[in-house]
Design a protein around this ligand. Structure first.
Ligand code: 5GP
Length: 203
């Protein structure tokens, strides 16, 4: 069994994190996406339990109190957080659990799980990001401006991440990402049992 891995993916809104992760899940049965809880309203194409677990602010605050989240933040006026149970049980099964979260949450996860890997998705250019965000057609101008400002803030944290992944095309980005995961799973520090087995072969 390959070792379980906690992988954090960040990148500005509109950079294509969701499409890349969906593609990776078609490439490997071991890749699982953690579904976050949020107090944001659902967008037209979003489904409860698939895109997010949609909560009222009060319900979200109860989850915080009951220690049901491994991390949470308030981002652009809404709560977002990672449910604990799924992450812990899937890693124990040897799966790769992906958290698609913003930088503050990512850095909190690194403190709690130092062995996790942090990946930041980049667009080919800033202008292309702006176009993709507008092209989505799901946000009003004020929200787009807020997300673009936030993107510039998030770029300041790129060097706290382990890897950058360029999203020129979804297929190429997903393949680069899978290569990173496979290399990380083969690191000696993540495979003490296999190493012990080979070290202890008798004459
Ligand atoms: P959106 O509203 O566009 O779905 O998400 C806004 C931002 O919140 C994105 O950068 C997304 O990655 C981040 N996000 C989604 N879920 C979580 C979470 O559970 N924790 C944190 N810290 N950020 C999240």
């Amino acid at each position: 069994m390959k070792p379980g891995l906690l992988v954090v993916v960040s990148g500005p809104a509109g950079v294509g994190k969701g499409s890349i992760v969906q593609k990776m899940m078609t490439l490997s049965d071991c890749v699982m996406l953690s579904v976050s809880a949020t107090s944001r309203a659902p967008r037209p194409n979003e489904n409860e339990g698939k895109s997010y677990f949609f909560k009222t602010r009060e319900q979200f605050e109860d989850m915080i109190k009951n220690n049901q989240l491994i991390e949470w933040v308030e981002y652009c006026g809404n709560y977002y957080g990672t449910p604990r149970d799924f992450v812990e049980s899937e890693i124990a099964k040897g799966h790769v659990v992906i958290l698609e979260i913003e930088v503050e949450g990512a850095l909190n996860v690194r403190k709690l799980f130092p062995e996790c890997i942090l990946c930041f998705i980049l667009p080919p250019t800033y202008e292309e990001l702006e176009q993709r965000l507008r092209g989505r057609g799901t946000e009003d101008e004020q929200s787009i401006q807020r997300r673009l400002r936030r993107a510039k803030d998030e770029f300041q944290y790129i060097d706290r991440y382990d890897y950058i992944i360029l999203n020129d095309t979804v297929d190429a980005a997903a393949q680069r990402f899978m290569n990173i995961i496979e290399s990380e799973q083969m690191r000696t520090c993540r495979n003490p049992e296999i190493i012990e087995t080979f070290k202890n072969i008798k004459e």
